[in-house]
Design a protein around this ligand. Structure first.
Ligand code: G3P
Length: 216
């Protein structure tokens, strides 16, 4: 499973890239607002940190506007992935970008039917939002299971990019289902390493090592 970080904070991205575990970055208009930075400048900086796909979202609602914005964003770097919403206009734009060899992430997916349409439109990635479904009392992970099943049934090349991830369980359960990518805040990716038995074991090993009186 690939890990993308869901942020526009350069320091966080650099910190994770240094672990060697980072495969890409996703942003959205809310994350750009949070970063308080110029959109295109921050996307260029992120692309200089990682070779992996970097999602940059269009904000036009119509096909022509999405094409104009997406083509402009795609000029920033080869690894820019254009993020379009799951609407008819977004699906049309998705097909347009794919025909031009530009990667596309179709976002705001909340149903298997929507995911099927995105795959048919040639999306590189589909972004189902698990956390936001959980928030309204639906089971986000069931959506991941359904999409993976449908995509496998037809050998679609679209990668399932699990988004709106809130905790390590979302990632582990999605990995068990065979989802290709998880995008999560840096805090959730870092939480994957935590286990109290690891901490306790390390403490004992270090204490026993000190008791040997040896040095390395
Ligand atoms: O970037 C898309 C998605 O990951 C947003 O997540 O936490 O705002 O629901 P969230």
């Amino acid at each position: 499973m690939k890990f993308f970080v869901d942020t526009a904070d350069i320091a966080e991205i650099k910190d994770l890239a240094a672990t060697g575990l980072l495969d890409g970055v996703t942003t959205n208009p809310s994350l750009i607002k949070k970063a308080g930075r110029d959109f295109k400048e921050v996307i260029a900086e992120i692309c200089a940190v990682t070779d992996g796909p970097v999602s940059a979202e269009v904000v036009a609602m119509d096909f022509d506007g999405m094409v104009a914005q997406g083509e402009d964003l795609a000029k920033i770097a080869k690894n820019v992935t254009i993020k379009v919403p799951l609407t008819i206009e977004g699906l049309k734009a998705c097909r347009h970008f794919r025909n031009k060899g530009i990667m596309v992430n179709v976002t705001l997916c909340f149903s298997p039917a929507q995911a099927l349409l995105a795959a048919k439109a040639g999306a590189s990635f589909i972004s189902p939002f698990v956390g936001r479904l959980d928030d309204v009392g639906s089971d986000g992970l069931t959506l991941i299971h359904d999409i993976v099943t449908i995509y496998n049934n037809y050998d679609f090349e679209t990668e399932v990019l699990v988004a709106s991830v809130r905790n390590p369980i979302h990632i582990v359960e999605s990995a068990k289902m065979g989802a290709h990518v998880a995008t999560a805040p840096a805090s959730v990716l870092k939480a994957l390493v935590n286990h109290p038995l690891t901490d306790r074991g390390l403490e004992t090993f270090l204490k026993d090592w000190a008791a040997t009186g040896q040095k390395l």
